[in-house]
Design a protein around this ligand. Structure first.
Ligand code: 13P
Length: 261
């Protein structure tokens, strides 16, 4: 498998944080402090649904993209409280996070339902950010590769994105999310390398060498540089630290190897 040089993709997953007013301020701050960086890496903000329309207008003059945190698999229908791929697309989203471990844990999402969502997102023209990751119990039992292997194979079953730019993977070990306990660059890179071999097996070597795999789980300015300097780590999916514009900026800088980190 050749080692194509891949452009970093760094996304902020705001989860259920900020109200609409604070969210708009945060978008404005991020736009301002990453203005010179947004050309060197793909930056994505994933605020709550209620913020999307305003954020889309704010981001329209920047090179930062907009993403959502979830969607329903059906194109439309009687699904009270749900949001479709097309609704996200026409709200200005380019990306959608799917299969986040919090969705799997608190909302009973399975590899099967995640797969339905991935197919529907791709069909609508959204780029899924498919999240996979093992629990602490899985890791301690030596099942990390098996778990992420299943999540990727089942999550992407019957899909063939047109190009590797139309799909992003995020490796987020559950034990590292919101815990301050980050995977070491070696631990993360090993799993990313494994994911690339799974993708090569499912699609082909060229696709596998191009697909971008983010790391997520307690990414901070202090650890971002070491993580993103690893050969298989092509960016970050940042939770808590993305709620502060200067931390997000510092993570992007560190990822690009500019300073700090
Ligand atoms: P933290 O960066 O807060 O650990 O969250 C990671 C995450 O879940 C991003 O999707």
């Amino acid at each position: 498998m050749s080692t194509a040089s891949r452009r970093l993709i760094i996304a902020g997953n705001w989860k259920m944080h900020t109200d609409v007013v604070d969210g708009a301020s945060l978008v404005a701050e991020v736009v301002e402090c990453t203005a010179s960086l947004a050309l060197a890496a793909d930056l994505v903000l994933c605020p709550p649904f209620t913020h999307l329309a305003v954020a889309a207008t704010q981001l329209s003059r920047s090179s930062i993209s907009l993403g959502a945190q979830n969607m329903h698999q059906a194109p439309e229908g009687a699904y009270t409280g749900e949001v479709s791929a097309r609704m996200l697309l026409t709200s200005g989203c380019r990306y959608v996070i799917l299969g986040h471990s919090e969705r799997r844990t608190y909302f009973d999402e399975t590899n099967h339902s995640v797969n339905e969502k991935v197919k529907s997102a791709i069909a609508a023209g959204l780029t899924p950010i498919l999240c996979v990751g093992e629990t602490l119990q899985d890791r301690e039992a030596g099942r990390t590769e098996q778990v992420v292997d299943e999540q990727v194979r089942q999550g992407l079953s019957d899909t063939k994105p047109e190009s590797a730019e139309d799909l992003v993977l995020a490796y987020e070990p559950v034990w590292a999310i919101g815990t301050g306990r980050v995977a070491t660059p070696d631990q993360a890179d090993r799993v990313h390398g494994h994911l690339r071999t799974v993708i090569a097996d499912m699609y082909d070597d060229d696709f596998a060498s191009r697909i971008r795999i983010q790391y997520g789980g307690s990414v901070k300015p202090e650890n971002a540089g070491a993580l993103m300097s690893r050969p298989h780590i092509d960016g970050a999916l940042v939770g808590g630290a993305s709620l502060d514009a200067s931390s997000f900026e510092a993570i992007v800088r560190a990822g690009l190897g500019f300073d700090g980190g």
